[in-house]
Design a protein around this ligand. Sequence first.
Ligand code: AMP
Length: 175
Amino acid sequence: MTTLEHRLTRLVRDVPDFPKKGIVFKDITPLLADAAALREATKAMAMPYWESSIDHVVGIESRGFILGAIVARALDVGFIPVRKPGKLPAKVMSLEYALEYGSDTLEVHADACMSEARVLIVDDVLATGGTAGAAGELMERLGARVVGFSFLLQLSALKGRERLAERRVESVLTL
Ligand code: AMP
């Protein structure tokens, strides 16, 4: 682990049994509250895509909004929110995807980007990859090209990277 990874890892707090029993929640709020850590973490999330001609960063609600907006600034591109159902005001494109138990839905504005726009998808944590994969598929249905994904943290035991297999996946921390 590099010095940066050490410093950032210490600012991600494990909260056992949240939001339900058996899940160890990776709470990034201590990292968000630290100016240097926030700056360096988001810079490290943007860096691999510096020369990838990204047109938009797509952030997944809700922690992906916080990090994604800063990554968009770092790449000097615009930001597109992907949200839970019923939150976006104009015409949306929706995608329902399977969870371990049941299903969930993500939405994006139907006119969020031009066809062929090159997008980078950002979230805080890559776990099973279901959410990020669905966001990628949603953007592709809009006609965008998903250049890759950038996460603050990936939980390698859950094999999310394999689920996003053929795409470029970057994360600052791997735990
Ligand atoms: P997944 O679809 O399984 O990759 O889960 C990713 C989404 O759920 C992301 O939006 C994460 O913010 C959230 N998430 C999943 N597992 C955790 C965890 N252990 N700690 C914090 N967030 C998590």
